[in-house]
Design a protein around this ligand. Sequence first.
Ligand SMILES: [Zn+2]
Length: 233
Amino acid sequence: MDRLLELQEIDSAADRLEARRRQLEVGDELRAARAAMEETEGRLGELRLALDAVAREQQRLEYEIDSMARKAQAEEKRLYDGSIVNAKELEALQHEIANLKERRGRTEDELLDQMLRREDLESRASGLEAEMAASRARVEEIGGDAVKELEEIDGQLAARRTARDALVPEVDEELLELYEDLRRQKKGIGAAALVDGVCSACHEKLSALELDRLKKTDGVKRCEYCRRIVIFT
Ligand SMILES: [Zn+2]
């Protein structure tokens, strides 16, 4: 009978540990948060690649515009410095200058497109960065010390199981069966100490008559109110 209280203590401790374990539920929740973070990270990575490409293209266009401008300037100088007198040659030069200016105009339009594209990508990237920070915070919040705590819980549960296995053979089989039944029916508590005539499970004070009867019986003693097994302490 005394061993039963020890068993109840072990079982209650194990129940609390199991409840905490379920509460942590690190598995699914953390996995989902990690997946969300990785997904955001992937999108951000793609966006940054696109931004790099746009930046390179912008640089290339700027260089091209600059070189066309310099070339047109040089040609214009040649046009007016009197170095060319041939009318056909002058006409060809004028043509080339006009051509350069037209190409430059088109390239400037392209540059403007790239700049708008870059702005759009940059604003999307900063949105994703904020999203990323939020997902990371979420992962840390859920993950945090949960993994460590889970390991501790598993260790403690294993220790309780070992202690339980050692104790069980010392308890009468029928008593054990009743105890397990009661545990299932009564929120995990099958056995309780009787302290000064009070059942420590339901906190009812047993009548003097019942206490007297229980003291005299050799069989299983049960609380007259909650019907749990009671043990005099
Ligand atoms: Zn009781």
